[in-house]
Design a protein around this ligand. Sequence first.
Ligand code: ACM
Ligand code: ZN
Length: 567
Amino acid sequence: MKKLSIIVAALAMLSAASCSEKAEIDVIPSPNQVSLGKGVCNLAGATFSYDAKALDPRTARHIEDFAADLFTVTGKESKVETSLSEEGISFTMDKSLADEEYTLDITKSGIKVAASSFNGFLYAIVTIKEMLPAAFFEGKENTSVKWTVPCAKIDDKPRFAYRGMHLDVCRHFFTVEEVKKYLDVMALHKMNTFHWHLTEDQGWRMEIKSWPKLTEIGAYRNSTMVGHYVDGVSEPQDSIRYGGFYTQEQLRDVVAYAADLGITVMPEVDLPGHMVAALASYPELGCTGGPYEVRTTWGIADDVLCPGKEITFKFIEDVLTEVMDIFPSEYISIGGDECPKVRWENCPDCQKRIKELGLKADSTLTAEQKLQNYVTSRVQKFVNSKGRKIVGWDEILEGDLAEGATVMSWRGVSGGIEAAKRGFDAIMTPNSYLYFDYYQSKEKDKEPLAIGGYLPIDTVYTYDPLKGIPAEDQKHILGVQANLWTEYIATPEHLEYMLLPRMDALSEVQWEEPSNKDFGRFEKSLTRHQFAIYDALGYTYSKDLIGQYGLSSEGKQNPSKMSAEEK
Ligand code: ACM
Ligand code: ZN
């Protein structure tokens, strides 16, 4: 009996020790395999080395930048050698590792880093940076902290290949610099896909040279509604012109910036619904011919593209041709959500098309719903003919969907489950767990106005994308993404506030093996280290977890106060 209790006590001590040891590495997302050693490795003045023949120049540049950053904060120069050294921090290509995997062998005398890809090396560097004191992220010399990391062996790779974050820049516009900052935050969380929502009822945001009025007219609205949108109720308006767009040069600049962070930019041209800004620019694309006005209220518009007219398909193909030229992403999102059919029901051109195609209502779909299938599959053929693949919101599952489409499950998880069952790849972005425009605190009256809902960080954290998906279908779940719609988000500070720290929880959903998920460990790492990193970087974030609410008045600035010119 005594022996047993000694064993139990010893086991308890062991497990307590291993818990606290794991928590000593406050990296988010937490590395999947960590075994802590004894002691620390001092990085101040450490020599960096890599094999210039094995590593590509981009990776080499990131290594050199890291050495330079370390020099800045430690005040001690870190030399960089282009052939491998046994000492210091060495970077080795190891083709036996998986695509985004990296390993770190941290001993008192140095760090051996290995990876097989650009992203793998980037993630290794991010992990080392996050293991350092948070003051590293201040980017200025600091001799009062110890520039050490704990000795450990780390072998880390992501659970999901697709790790995305979405941003709507249409309801409110964010500048190139603000978008780049968004990408920086994504890179800090080892995310690899930026879903850029670039077209909407309330603003068209990318230059299309063959249809120039899209930005001359469609990028600006005459007014913005004030307060909460309620369907069918006319809202107070601010009567201030608002808008903005990106030139193709700027779009390419963002693509290149993202690529250098290991991030692919997946553009979205949302069609055939959410197209009022395009209709205002070219009324001939609509069923009624207009006139149309770039929308000044939120919600869903009845006016959509007219698939009865051939000009509509010329428009879509011209736009997508330019989009695919700018964005090298294999996946192109064509939206497909929230497309009312009322205009199509009353449009002679649409009805003629329905007749010609022989589309007939059945017990599950109307002829007009089948007309949306026709649009999706015609656009898909065009995109596929250019060697790319379509992604669409889960409405594209209604009816026939051609092989090779990828479905984004947003109305809960059911779209993803159905897609996988039917043999389609899916990306999970359920609003029930991953809509970051929802309130994150129960203290709603102390928070900036949000679209509604209640999505605290622990709910985000508990999400398991494979739950409810039969084992044989799980291979179809490519990954996970959170969406950030910006009807009620007008400033970069407010954007960061909605994003952080829920994005930390998302990153663990994307990266972490289920056996490693532990909200207690996560919360500790967040509040004692990640928040300090955000402070060092000057990010705005929600402190709901530590009982503080709301934003400064500056961050809450009403969208209406910012005209297009001021942006
Ligand atoms: C969506 O939230 N309408 C995809
Ligand atoms: Zn029509």
